[in-house]
Design a protein around this ligand. Structure first.
Ligand code: EPZ
Length: 418
């Protein structure tokens, strides 16, 4: 079992290139099920979650060929399996994203109830209500969800909550429905715009993605395409915090600054300085930053996927920060681990009160989920002494070569196989 070993205290300096967005690549790979043609996808990051969904597609009968690292050629034949295997769905709840494409193209989709995970019970009721509104029958038994419909028909769907993947799943189901669908109170994340652009490149007719109302005019079929996904705003945000916490000077390449506005605004409020021009961002933190309050919200609010990383920074800033998590019900699992490193944090309901301390101390700690793992790496960068991070598999789900990238920026970090 691998662990990450960090000796803190190094300032990060240099340049790091950001990968394509995990949370755009996953739904776009699922969306390839909709195409009668070939899809050529560029810049696909070698993440564990990407490997898992590629395996899932192949188990369904979809041809997934790696032309060269990062370049996938995908073709879905006219007849495939429509039941997603439990062992893969259990590993990654984003597997539920194959439901919409399977249902609308093949008339049936059977997916194990995606389990909860460390950060919450993660229901999929909004996905299923959307499919029902489009005319699907939904049956849940023996731990499986089965959605079926001769044909789907356009509908006006109001989401109780702007769910990120529910918006994507319903949008994908609607592209081949008969008639026009409106998704209201839709999620507005940049990844949803990327999925819509991908679908439109195959011949779909979607407008309004990235706003509260998305309009999908059903078409008869979708063809092949060639596409490259947007950069990962969460990976980028993580490296911005790595530079800030180490009081370094780091330039990120392959970024879309617009997508990072909530994170940049918060780091500027804390005292970090930024310079940006076409596709790059430079962040400089010359002295100890100030504590600021953080409240997670659906996009364009501050992203929940950056909450743990921001909390690590607030552990060593000047003052008191109130970090409030409004999106998931249990996304403070990193708090106990940070306290083992000397952080001063008190949880009060949906908020964590973080009192900045002079320094953190290295300790053996455990990652419980993807972003919690990232937050422990960030804390290790600045802690006095050695930090050993266990549960590295969680980090590998969302970060390509985080050890190599941080080493290149000057961190004393390595990966040890125990
Ligand atoms: C997506 O998860 C992301 N995953 C998550 O990223 C991210 O944290 C989340 O959106 C919020 O931005 C992917 O895109 C693959 P939600 P998703 O549906 O779609 C409740 C990471 O670190 N809800 O917007 O599952 C839900 O319980 C991962 O990369 C329902 O009640 O998030 C949660 O409290 C972690 N019923 C809230 O909505 C539903 O049917 C937000 O969930 C769906 C969601």
């Amino acid at each position: 079992m691998d662990r990450i070993v960090i000796r803190g205290g190094r300032q990060l300096n240099g340049t790091v290139r950001i990968e394509s967005a995990k949370n755009a690549v996953l739904p776009i790979l699922a969306a390839c099920i909709l195409s009668r043609g070939e899809c050529l996808l560029h810049g696909i990051p070698p993440l564990h979650d990407v490997f898992t969904i590629s395996q899932l597609l192949m188990r369904l009968g979809v041809a997934v060929r790696t032309e060269r690292p990062g370049l996938l050629r995908i073709h879905t034949p006219d007849v495939i399996q429509t039941e997603a295997p439990y062992d893969l769905v259990r590993k990654m709840r984003a597997s539920v994203l194959v439901m919409g494409p399977l249902l609308t193209r093949f008339g049936v989709a059977k997916v194990p109830l995606p389990g909860g995970c460390a950060i919450g019970n993660r229901p999929v009721d909004l996905h299923l209500k959307g499919f029902q509104s489009l005319g699907a029958d939904i049956e849940i038994k023996h731990g499986f969800i089965q959605a079926s419909a001769e044909r789907l028909y356009g509908a006006r769907i109001y989401l109780d909550y702007p769910s990120h993947t529910a918006t994507e799943n319903i949008m994908m189901a609607a592209v081949l429905a008969e008639g026009t669908t409106y998704i209201e109170n839709a999620a507005e994340e940049p990844e949803i715009v990327d999925v819509a652009n991908f679908l439109n490149s195959m011949g779909a007719r979607i407008t309004g993605a990235g706003t509260k109302v998305i309009r999908i005019e059903g078409v008869r079929e979708l063809g092949g395409t060639e596409y490259a996904c947007i950069p990962d705003r969460i990976e980028a945000g993580t490296y911005l915090v790595a530079a800030a916490i180490s009081r370094g000077d780091v330039t990120l390449t392959n970024v879309i600054t617009e997508h990072l506005k909530p994170v940049i605004a918060k780091l500027q409020e804390a005292g970090a300085e930024f310079e940006g021009r076409n596709g790059t961002i430079r962040v400089i933190a010359r002295e100890r930053l100030r504590s600021v309050d953080v409240k997670t919200l659906p996009y364009p609010g501050f992203p929940t996927d950056m909450q743990a990383q921001m909390m690590s920074l607030m552990c060593v800033t000047e003052g008191i920060s109130i970090v409030t998590e409004t999106v998931f019900e249990n996304r403070f699992l990193h708090v106990e681990e940070l306290k083992r490193m000397g952080a001063d944090i008190r949880i009060e309901g949906p908020s964590a009160i973080v009192r900045g301390v002079e320094r953190l101390y290295g300790a053996p700690v455990k990652a419980t989920d993807l972003r919690a793992g990232a937050s422990l790496v960030l804390a290790g960068l600045v802690a006095e002494g050695q930090t050993d991070i266990f549960g590295v598999g969680h980090v590998d789900r969302g970060y390509v070569n985080i050890v190599g990238k941080l080493q290149a920026l000057g961190a004393d970090i390595s990966r040890v196989n125990t």
